[in-house]
Write a protein that binds this ligand. Structure first.
Ligand code: AMP
Length: 222
């Protein structure tokens, strides 16, 4: 089983992905988190990705695919995994089918208006240490600017600046949105109404997933 979370920046993939991970026990793999860690650690990959990410562009397909290939080979992914932010292009989707083909695949596409995306991203603060996601008004941390989970100081992501958000949404529309048609033809593609509070979206998502996983019982699940 693999779950692919599709959606524009700010559509809730990270927040919902973490909730699904907790509830269903599949590990969440966020290419954005893995790349940000590489940037923080100053690895060769991080140095290659840093400028591209700061501008809101896409890191080359073969680079992110190599990261995903390595991560999904780990034993905790054997029974299934959640992909958050990958694939982001048709070429990545085709590569994924090659590096880990034959798996049951459910694609959840979080549908959110552009106004909501901009509102969410402009108030988003994140934990650089553990990746937890907050919002200044929608989901403030218990203590101002400190992560509820690990206590680290929260920050806004540099690429959540207004002009970079516009570019990221443009890149999403041109490179990633075509994946919806791609997966509608090939996989179990399920649009999810992503508007509203995370808890509400999770209830809708879990209802969908429960149905899909029940349907999969007895099917070719690994
Ligand atoms: P995210 O945390 O998913 O919003 O990703 C942050 C940034 O990391 C993106 O704007 C891209 O620059 C880069 N990135 C993450 N995932 C991918 C991917 N699958 N392909 C290319 N670039 C990616």
């Amino acid at each position: 089983m693999r779950l692919i979370l599709l959606g524009a920046p700010g559509s809730g993939k990270g927040t919902l992905g973490a909730m699904i991970e907790r509830a269903y026990g599949f590990p969440r793999i966020s290419t954005g988190d893995l790349l940000r860690r590489a940037v923080r650690e100053g690895t060769p990959l991080g140095r290659q990705a840093e400028g591209i990410m700061a501008r809101g562009g896409l890191v080359p397909d073969e680079v992110v695919t190599a990261i995903v290939r390595e991560r999904i080979a780990e034993p905790d992914c054997r029974a299934g995994y959640i992909l958050d932010g990958y694939p982001r292009t048709i070429a990545q989707a085709e590569a994924l089918a090659v590096i880990d083909g034959g798996r049951r695949e459910i694609v959840l596409s979080f549908e959110v208006s552009v106004e909501s995306l901009v509102e969410r991203l402009s108030g988003r603060i994140v934990c650089p240490a553990c990746g937890a996601i907050y919002h200044l008004t929608r989901k403030p941390p218990a203590k101002p600017d400190l992560c509820d989970v690990c206590g680290a100081a929260l920050q806004a992501r540099k690429d959540d600046a207004a002009e970079i958000v516009r570019e990221r949404i443009r890149v999403y529309e041109s490179a990633t949105a075509p994946l919806k048609a791609f997966y509608r033809e090939r996989s179990d593609f399920r649009p999810v109404d992503g508007e509203g509070a995370a808890d509400e979206v999770f209830v809708r998502t879990a209802a969908l997933l429960d149905g899909e996983l029940r349907r999969a019982e007895g099917g070719p699940v690994r």
